[in-house]
Design a protein around this ligand. Structure first.
Ligand SMILES: Nc1ncnc2c1ncn2[C@@H]1O[C@H](COP(=O)(O)OP(=O)(O)OP(=O)(O)O)[C@@H](O)[C@H]1O
Ligand SMILES: [Mg+2]
Length: 604
């Protein structure tokens, strides 16, 4: 504008100075003025155009800035959304880990419910699984639905049942607006307490096994993303549940086998190729005298008596080579100087597919059977001996009576010389001694029952000890009696029972005299309808080789003239006729215990 004004003022000035200038100079001035005018107008036009483009540029810059701001806002919003999604994913991953780590099915369900409630932001939830009878069991509940755990719901009219049948997740923003969607019974219970609800089915290998129900206190819409997340957690649940159930089954099976193994009445070992024990059950204690865990790692052959080691080893070798074997060995252990032996029948076989190779050994304690068998054999043998002895005794008895009668008759003759009389006296006394032996033999072989009266065994013991008091003192034997006052009477022959007691006491005192004295203990007690008398000494014991023969008539280890070997055989005969038993229950270099067991009169 200013430039146009200048052009105007210039034109006026040129017209004013025109009269003052020559026509040539004027023409030149006009040309200059015209050129200036043209230049000015062109500059103005250009300036105008420039101005317009500047304005356009400013406008577009402004637009660009607005666009940038909105873009930034979108990016920020997406970033927040992505961060939130990542947080949820991380949480799902972590909770998923927790679920898979659980090995107990119930804990898996609890963990799962905690996880889905957390991820979906619910105020409570429950998991229902279809039971065998077709009803829905609420197996776990939390938050607002905690009290529903343990309930069973009908599949037909519950919302969970409907979701399971349809297989599609279902959600409602406010249950109060759709009360018909849940069973009337449930609605009555939940009314006013909860509003938002989402139910997602749970499947295992394509089969629908239940549903998870999540609820909120306020009305709330569970989004599609929420439902999808619950669905993916449900997939994880079915896998974890299956794993946990497998582990549980495995654990139960393992427990069952372990219990069977531990509680087996026979001793059971598993033994490695090296002969070392790998496992041992509780019954092992009975035969080895050791805590089962202390036998683990030891060589099994070490636990048996030295003589039985080679047969046991060859049975182990044969079994390892695939030939199952059986062997009878004595397990032996020493405790406080006392050696205990148990006769054990061992059956062994190779464990199939065991790695490393191992053997299974089942060991049955047959000590009692073996003892019983040997006792029966002994009784049989003694019965046979008794038969023979009875026959001989009868045969000898008659000539003895005649010899005795005739010697006495001849002794009446007054015309006998001194030496004849002496000879006849010897015949008489020897026949009396021989008759006594025959009487003893008949006592051993006695078949008929003894004379019966009620006898107090304590009385018998005391009477016997009175008889032997002096002999004991002179043999440096200390006497200890432990007589139970409560023992019942026995029905029997007091005189014969006293003879038994006397025989045992004499043997005990003789055994201790040989070792220079000791302690004699006489004990009585009752045990399950039986009366027991123990005669215990601290003598040198019965030699192992002699133990099986002590009840045989004429078996003695004593010097000639000291013992005839009839004491125990007579006692055996008497006790057997009373329906009782007599045995050496213990004998070692520390002493011997002889035990007499008689039925009480009450038990007859
Ligand atoms: N308490 C004991 N301690 C050690 N050995 C014993 C004991 N009791 C018996 N015996 C052994 O048993 C054998 C048989 O005993 P038994 O009483 O039958 O005969 P004896 O004592 O030798 O002779 P008898 O009793 O006829 O005088 C004995 O010789 C002895 O070897
Ligand atoms: Mg004797």
């Amino acid at each position: 504008m200013l430039q146009l004004a200048c052009v105007g003022v210039g034109t006026v000035l040129v017209l004013r100075v025109r009269p003052l200038l020559g026509s040539l100079a004027f023409a030149e001035l006009m040309v200059v003025a015209s050129v200036a005018g043209i230049v000015t107008i062109a500059g103005w036009v250009l300036l105008r155009r420039e101005h317009k483009s500047t304005l356009r540029m400013a406008h577009s810059m402004l637009e660009e800035r607005v666009l940038k701001a909105s873009l930034q806002e979108t990016v920020e919003k997406r970033t927040i959304e992505l961060e939130e999604a990542q947080r949820v994913l991380q949480r799902m991953w972590w909770l998923g880990q927790q679920i898979t780590l659980e090995l107990n099915p119930q804990r898996v369900l609890e963990r799962f419910l905690e996880a889905v409630s957390d991820i979906a932001g619910a105020d409570g939830g429950a998991v229902g699984l279809i039971g065998e009878e077709g009803r829905l069991h609420i197996v776990v509940g939390t938050g607002l639905l905690a009290t529903y755990a343990g309930m069973t719901v009908s599949m037909a009219d519950s919302a969970m049942g409907r979701v399971i049948r349809s297989g599609a997740a279902w959600t409602v923003t406010d249950i109060d607006e759709h009360p018909e969607q849940v069973s009337a019974e449930v609605y009555e219970q939940v009314r006013g307490k909860l509003r938002g609800m989402a139910i997602v089915p749970i499947s295992r290998r394509g089969e629908r096994i239940g549903a998870v129900n999540l609820v909120t206190r306020e009305s709330r819409r569970f989004t599609t993303a929420d439902l999808e997340r619950i669905e993916s957690m449900s997939d994880l649940l079915s896998v974890s549940l299956e794993n946990a159930e497998l582990v549980e089954t495995l654990r139960k099976t393992e427990w069952r086998f372990r219990t069977l193994f531990r509680a087996a009445p026979d001793a059971v070992f598993t033994v490695l190729q090296s002969g070392r024990i790998r496992e041992a059950n509780d019954a092992v204690r009975e035969i080895t005298g050791l805590e089962p865990r202390l036998t683990v790692g030891r060589e099994i052959v070490e636990l048996v008596a030295e003589a039985d080691r080679p047969p046991l080893q060859s049975a182990l070798d044969a079994t390892l080579a695939g030939r199952p074997s059986r062997v009878e060995v004595a397990f032996q252990h020493e405790e406080e100087g006392v050696i205990t032996r148990r006769i054990v029948a061992v059956a062994m076989s190779r464990l199939p597919e065991a790695d490393p190779p191992a053997l299974l050994l089942v060991a049955r304690d047959v000590t009692t059977e073996r003892e019983m068998r040997s006792r029966l054999m002994e009784a049989d043998r003694l019965a046979a001996v008794g038969e023979l002895v009875a026959g001989v005794a009868h045969e000898v008895n008659n000539p003895l009576s005649s010899i005795s009668a005739f010697s006495q008759l001849m002794l009446r003759d007054e015309g006998l010389t001194e030496s004849q009389r002496e000879g006849l006296e010897v015949i008489k006394s020897e026949t009396i001694r021989a008759s006594q032996v025959v009487k003893d033999l008949l006592a051993f072989a006695r078949r008929s029952g003894p004379h019966r009266e009620l006898v107090d065994l304590n009385d018998i013991v005391e009477r016997t000890l009175r008889l032997r008091g002096y002999q004991m003192k002179s043999s440096k034997v200390t006497l200890v009696t432990q007589l139970s006052p409560q023992i019942p009477h026995v029905a029997g022959d007091a005189r014969q029972l006293q003879q038994v007691c006397l025989n045992l006491v004499v043997n005990a005192v003789q055994a201790m005299t040989a070792t220079g004295g000791g302690t004699l203990r006489l004990m009585t007690h009752s045990d399950a309808g039986k009366v027991v008398m123990d005669v215990q000494d601290t003598g040198g014991g019965i030699p192992a080789w002699a133990k099986a023969r002590i009840f045989e008539p004429f078996f003695t280890t004593k010097e000639e003239g000291e013992g005839t070997g009839l004491g125990l055989s007579v006692s055996y005969g008497i006790i057997a006729a009373h329906g009782g038993t007599i045995e050496a229950v213990e004998t070692s270099q520390q002493g011997t215990t002889m035990r007499v067991t008689l039925p009480s009169s009450e038990s007859i």
